[in-house]
Design a protein around this ligand. Structure first.
Ligand code: ADP
Ligand code: XUL
Length: 533
């Protein structure tokens, strides 16, 4: 259940996809008037969804599977992946409705508007809670305390600040909310026929969970809203079998009455689960923004970025970094220097040597998230941090070739520097998994291989979050049915059933480390100048 659609896939016991169906919110459910699956709110930075839209989508997606003559009676376990941070506020009536569903009626006719005390429910795109962020951080003793406890400073879209806003602005609704779900635990609740618990990984996107103790932090709860713990329930591991699918689904869609529901999680943790990578891997998603994901043995206390409880390695953590200046900056450069033609762009990029004759650029067209810096800086080989020209750099490089290479190398040096700050250790075993729109571009991937001095792979399966949900369901059943002493790890178990779907696409050149390690320090110097301006 990401932002724009609800999609279901059915996997066979060899974990290959047997059937799938989807519901696109904008086009299949036009009555909710969403754009990209979301509604803009009345005030600046507000975004919401009517939760009934998601319920209706569930009716349709299962109907669509049945119309393809998929036998849902063969399903042994269900889990899900959902957009992170959104919250759902159940009414007393809603919980009762969920527990007594009539299989002759549509789900949305029973879990309707009256099931929720907030009908315009905030989602991750909402950024209207700056005030609540500040209040929560202040109440617990500052931003670094928040980072230390919950893995992230307070972010506007995170659920704690969002809950606090509801509590402050709609106090009666908050008081009437019997239970608060994340979108992922809401999805599990529908299948379960009762309110499902929140899992540790998605719970880490709330500014409420102590990620080391895997318990709600009393200090954060107190800073958020009164009597919150009873509304959230106890968080659980993502491999928890929550119970059997509700009778409603057995009678209406012919699910087996023994079919198990496994805790659902957020889309980013679920994507990490779907990539079946270990801690040597850095996942680099080149989308509208560039996103990095990694496994970490210890949580770093990095002021920006997110550390979540790991979705599949219970003792580990997951690092998540988002960079605003990704594809849009590459696209603008492509337009300016290569007539918007990616082939031409690549020819120019490939025609310059690694290291770009000492020319480097940092392009933060929009205010970057880490570091918090905006602007462009170009240095040629003669400029360094001690030069008179260090701050203003040079206006333009001498050719489109040099401009293009300086942009791509600069972006990847930036990503590598921040990944290192977060605690990713680059070494001989390091590997990169590239995903997202720009990962089709082999010339860009070659720069990544060189800058990170690591081979770059691609996954043939493009919907990592979705398959990740199914893999987690399979593994949860496996650990439940087997003796603990000879249990395989998540990754070993999944790879024993399905071939590894990763393809090697680029390898680093031999001279990469000697070229890019010194450039990494130069990048840091350049970024620190932009940060201080
Ligand atoms: P989103 O983050 O919205 O899911 P995608 O992962 O679909 O985005 O990536 C979209 C981006 O991919 C576009 O902004 C576009 O600039 C970029 N892109 C598409 N094809 C190429 C290419 N051949 N080379 C570089 N970038 C590309
Ligand atoms: C992550 C985030 C988004 C949502 C929606 O922090 O806000 O990626 O999970 O997909």
């Amino acid at each position: 259940l990401p932002t724009f659609q609800l999609k279901a896939i059915l996997l066979g016991s060899d974990l290959s996809v047997v059937a799938s169906a989807e519901v696109k919110f904008d086009s299949d459910l036009p009555e909710f008037r969403t754009t990209g699956g979301a509604n803009a709110g009345p005030n600046k930075f507000e975004f919401f969804v009517q939760p009934v839209m998601w319920v209706k989508a569930m009716d349709i997606v299962l109907d669509r599977l049945v119309m393809q003559e998929v036998d849902l009676g063969t399903v042994v376990a269900i889990s899900g992946s959902a957009q992170q941070h959104g919250s759902v506020y159940w009414s007393k009536h809603g919980i009762a409705a969920l527990q007594s569903l009539d299989s002759n009626k549509f789900l949305h006719a029973q879990v309707d508007d009256s099931a929720f005390v907030v009908n315009r429910t905030p989602i991750w795109m909402d950024a209207s809670t700056s005030k609540q962020c500040l209040e929560m951080e202040t109440a617990i003793g500052g931003m670094s305390k928040m980072v230390e406890l919950t893995g992230s400073k307070c972010y506007e879209r995170f659920t704690g600040p969002q809950i606090r806003k509801i509590y402050q602005q709609r106090t009666h609704a908050y008081e009437d909310a019997k239970h608060i779900s994340l979108v992922s635990s809401f999805l599990a609740s529908l299948f379960l026929g009762q309110v499902a618990p929140i899992d540790y990984a998605d719970g880490s996107g709330m500014n409420l969970l102590d990620i080391r103790k895997k318990k709600w932090s009393k200090a954060c709860l107190n800073a958020c809203a009164p009597d919150l713990e009873e509304r959230l329930g106890k968080p659980v591991s993502g491999f928890t079998i929550l119970g059997k699918v509700s009778d409603y689904f057995v009678q209406r869609f012919c699910f087996s009455e023994t079919c198990k529901v496994i805790a659902c999680t957020g889309d980013n943790p679920s994507a990490l689960a779907g990539m079946i990578v270990d801690q040597n891997w850095l996942s680099v998603s080149l989308g509208t923004s560039d996103t990095l994901m990694m496994s970490l043995l210890e949580p770093p206390n990095l002021e920006q970025g997110h550390v979540l409880c790991h979705p599949t390695e219970i003792e580990q953590y997951m690092g998540l970094l988002c960079f605003r200046n990704g594809s849009l900056v590459r696209e603008a450069m492509n337009k300016l220097e290569a007539d918007g033609n990616w082939e031409k762009f690549n020819e120019l990029l490939d025609s310059t040597p690694r290291g770009n004759f000492g020319n480097m650029a940092v392009h933060f067209d929009e205010m970057e998230i880490i570091p918090k810096a905006k602007g462009t800086l170009r240095w040629n080989k003669d400029i360094d941090i001690n030069s008179e020209d260090a701050k203003k750099g040079i206006i333009k490089f001498s050719s489109p070739q040099i401009e293009i290479r300086a942009l791509i190398e600069g972006q990847m040096l930036h990503h590598r520097a921040i990944a290192e700050d977060m605690g990713f250790l680059f070494g001989s075993e390091s590997k990169i998994l590239a995903t997202g729109g720009a990962s089709v571009n082999k010339s860009i991937l070659q720069v990544i291989a060189d800058v990170f001095n690591a081979p770059v792979y691609q996954q043939t399966e493009s919907e990592a979050a979705l398959v990740g949900a199914a893999y987690r369901a399979a593994y949860a059943l496996y650990i439940n049915n087997n003796d603990t002493k000879d249990i395989k790890s998540y990754r070993d178990y999944i790879l024993s059933l399905t071939p590894n779907l990763l393809n090697l696409v680029c390898e680093p050149n031999k001279d990469s480390e000697s070229i890019y390690v010194p450039m990494l320090q130069r990048y840091r110097d350049m970024a620190s100048i932009l940060e201080s301006q």
